[in-house]
Design a protein around this ligand. Structure first.
Ligand code: NAD
Length: 350
């Protein structure tokens, strides 16, 4: 395991292939990298239901950005992009990402998250072997994963860290765990220079409104009932997507090859607390016509099968070793996120 050269940690121009760059987090990564001005970004995305090209409006005209519609499993296409663009880093975010969908139809999760990652690793390895000198030394395959691979925590002070054992509970988390293992194997067996990160729940603009925060905002704005699983006591550790995008660039540029970094916002919050906070924000920003508080719309519904009770991250390592820390406080981030979705809701109503 070797540290990247100092020149790289200081900021060397790179060409990064971002997979899944039209998704919620991938688009934040593309915006962040293009804004930074140091990186050429190639975004490879299949454009599934979860993708949003409007999330990329800010960067689509930039000379250091290129979009390619395609599948990470299309070896010919991936090989062509890696060679033509002389890519010296891959940030792999393409995935099926919704736990409920993985319960209803796990097949595409195995296909994309496991088999797709396998194909991408093979093409990245072939490409890395053709590189020489600085480009070879600089090359990284950054696998972006989730804290859900670590499974269920009790309601106590325990938290996930880089040494936490893998105990995935859902088809989604099992498929992400499998991909994490493949990535580590390609490092240990073939020497591919990889870095991995496992992050907690993200929130922010441009998230497909099937996940808790955008779903709750959009339904509350429309005066619809707000479903909350089980007792609502399940706890998640929330991180603003822009903080995550910054963390991902930090891991790519400065992370130690072969190592993993867990990323989180030190913001544990139960699902019911998140939903009631959104209701209270909506009461002031978009009151219901009859003055009923939005909390009255909350309905407890049958729990998700295998629903993990609690996730929590101890991000000490990335804070200490790479100097990253979350900057967007949850109260402020949630309020701006609510504003963003309300603007959209008003736009589509008007
Ligand atoms: P998302 O569902 O919003 O976006 C996924 C993107 O991948 C979409 O644009 C989709 O079109 C694309 N995609 C899917 N299959 C593809 C394929 N075969 N080839 C090319 N592109 C394909 O997901 P997200 O929430 O942005 O998550 C991105 C990554 O981060 C995932 O790997 C996820 O596991 C991980 N992650 C997400 C969270 C979170 O809270 N959302 C937290 C931690 C880690």
């Amino acid at each position: 395991m070797s540290r990247p050269p100092a020149a790289v940690a200081d900021g060397y121009d790179r060409c990064i292939l971002v997979t899944g760059g039209a998704g919620f987090i991938g688009s934040a990564v593309c915006r962040h990298l293009v804004r930074g001005g140091r990186t050429r970004v190639i975004n490879l995305d299949k454009l599934t239901y979860a993708a949003s090209l409007s999330a990329l409006a800010e960067v689509e005209q930039s000379p250091c950005y290129r979009f390619v519609q395609g599948d990470i499993g299309d070896r010919a296409l991936v090989g062509r992009i890696l060679a033509e663009e002389r890519v010296d880093g891959v940030m792999h975010l393409a995935a099926e990402s919704h736990v409920d969908r993985s319960i209803d139809g796990p097949s595409v999760f195995v296909e994309t998250n496991v088999t797709g990652t396998f194909h991408l690793l093979e093409m990245a390895l072939d490409h890395w072997r053709t590189l020489t000198g600085e480009a070879k030394a600089r090359f990284r395959f950054h696998h972006v994963s989730t804290d859900e691979v670590f499974g269920d925590l009790p309601f106590d002070s325990s938290r996930f860290d880089e040494a936490s054992p893998y105990r995935p509970s859902s088809p989604y988390s099992a498929s992400k765990a499998a991909s994490d293992h493949l990535v580590r194997a390609w490092h240990h067996t073939y020497g591919l220079p990889v870095v991995l990160s496992n992050c907690s729940n993200n929130y922010g603009p441009h998230q497909f409104p099937e996940k808790l925060i955008p779903l709750t905002i959009m339904r509350a704005a429309a005066g619809q009932t707000l479903p909350v699983y089980g007792t609502g006591e399940n706890v998640r550790d929330w991180l603003h997507v822009e903080d995550h995008a910054r963390a991902l660039e930090t891991v790519l540029r400065c992370g130690v090859v072969g190592e993993t970094y867990v990323i989180g916002g030190r913001t544990e919050c139960s699902n019911i607390a998140v939903v009631t906070r959104i209701c209270d924000l909506l009461d002031s920003k978009m009151p219901l016509p009859d003055g009923t508080p939005h909390r009255a719309l909350i309905r407890m519904v049958a729990d998700r099968p295998g629903h993990d009770r609690r996730y929590a991250i101890d991000p000490s390592r990335i804070e200490r070793e790479l100097g990253w820390r979350a900057e967007i406080d949850f109260a402020r981030g949630l309020a701006t996120t609510v504003d963003w979705y309300l603007e959209r809701a008003r736009g589509s109503a008007g």
